[in-house]
Write a protein that binds this ligand. Structure first.
Ligand SMILES: Cc1cc2nc3c(=O)[nH]c(=O)nc-3n(C[C@H](O)[C@H](O)[C@H](O)COP(=O)(O)OP(=O)(O)OC[C@H]3O[C@@H](n4cnc5c(N)ncnc54)[C@H](O)[C@@H]3O)c2cc1C
Length: 314
């Protein structure tokens, strides 16, 4: 059984998801990386440091990557192999196409996987994390799509992976789509997915401008990032890039401070694995308190200014 990790180059470097998956995959073998992008010695060294024994590199130029990557991977992946993907849009696109070409199952939303037995088994959570389901691939290569931050990325002993260029396959009209433009949203402060402290604001903040200001102010004082619930994003108070949850980002900071957040399942799945959760909500029955390590029952517009004043006085 060979293990493959799919990696899409982002900003000249390997994707964060590929480094997380390599860290997991090196615990049972010598993973190979299928790399989509221009590549560089630094990028390959980073993959090697995280456990890649070999790298198969496909440079797609400005073509839409998934049709070409899936066709090329179908030639490389064997029937007993396991292929790991993150949950980015290209990753899911390639996994789906590969599944169709190889007739192989996709085990999605993985938070853990086990390759020690006869079958590859994958754990995932349903019903907002209240129920854990274990599934197995009983035939063909196992295509596994893992949730972000399911496995921490940790560099190990440095190694230099063997790099092989993969020829771009002919996929006919499927390969004719090109990427015309891509836009990276500009943001201030620490990256939400990497921040050690996240201040998550919910509808209980009551609105924008001075109503929302305690969230950004607290984040600034603590060197943290601002997150938000979907209710807040849908209301247009903050951009979608700040949404935490099932259809937003998954965060795992050391400290998550939920302010005026009810704690709906769809929000909890994106933040419940944070190191310490502090919740401020005026409703003592709010579900957010069920995952909170520290709960403050009170009005955010009384509690947060007091907290901010105390921090400013330090
Ligand atoms: C398919 C699907 C996907 C979804 N994906 C996501 C997702 O990715 N992320 C996400 O967040 N949601 C998601 N949702 C929406 C989710 O179900 C909830 O509607 C949403 O999380 C609620 O946001 P909220 O907590 O800000 O608002 P509410 O549920 O309205 O909660 C507001 C809270 O603020 C408290 N409050 C009010 N005023 C104050 C005050 N002055 N002081 C203190 N507390 C106060 C209230 O007691 C209440 O608990 C999804 C829903 C669906 C159906």
């Amino acid at each position: 059984m060979a293990t493959w990790v799919f990696c899409e180059e982002q900003g000249g470097a390997p994707s964060a998801s590929s480094l997380e998956l390599l860290t997991k995959a090196r615990s049972w073998g010598e993973p190979a990386v299928f790399y989509v992008g221009g590549g560089s010695d630094d990028a390959f060294a980073t993959l090697g440091a995280h456990g890649a024994a070999s790298v198969h590199q496909l440079d797609v130029g400005d073509a839409l990557p998934a049709p070409l990557a899936a066709a090329a991977m179908a030639e490389l992946v064997g029937p007993d192999d396991v292929v790991l993907f993150g949950m980015g849009s290209t990753e899911r696109d390639v996994a789906g196409r590969l599944s169709a070409v190889l007739g192989a199952p996709v085990l999605s939303n993985a938070i853990d996987l086990d390759t020690s037995g006869d079958q590859v088994t994958v754990s995932n959570e349903i019903l907002g994390g209240t129920t854990r389901v274990v599934t197995a691939a009983t035939a063909g290569p196992a295509l596994v799509v893992a949730r972000p931050k399911a496995f921490p990325a940790e560099p190990g002993d440095g190694r230099t992976p063997e790099v092989t260029a993969v020829a771009s396959p002919d996929v006919g009209h499927a390969g004719s789509a090109v990427v015309l433009e891509s836009h990276v949203e500009e943001s201030e402060g620490p990256d939400l997915e990497a921040a050690a402290i996240v201040i998550g604001g919910g509808r209980g903040m009551g609105g924008v401008d001075e109503k929302w200001e305690p969230v950004t102010k607290l984040a600034g004082l603590l060197g943290g990032a601002v997150g938000a619930t979907r209710a807040v994003v849908d209301a247009g108070w903050v951009p979608y890039s700040l949404q935490v949850g099932q259809t937003g980002k998954t965060v795992k900071p050391d400290v998550y401070i939920a302010c005026g957040v009810s704690g709906a399942m769809q929000h909890l799945v994106g933040m419940k694995d944070s190191g310490m959760i502090i919740a401020i909500n005026k409703d003592p029955e709010a579900p957010i308190f069920s995952v909170a390590d520290l709960g403050i029952v009170g009005d955010v517009h009384k509690v947060m200014p007091a907290l901010i004043a105390a921090l400013e006085a330090r």
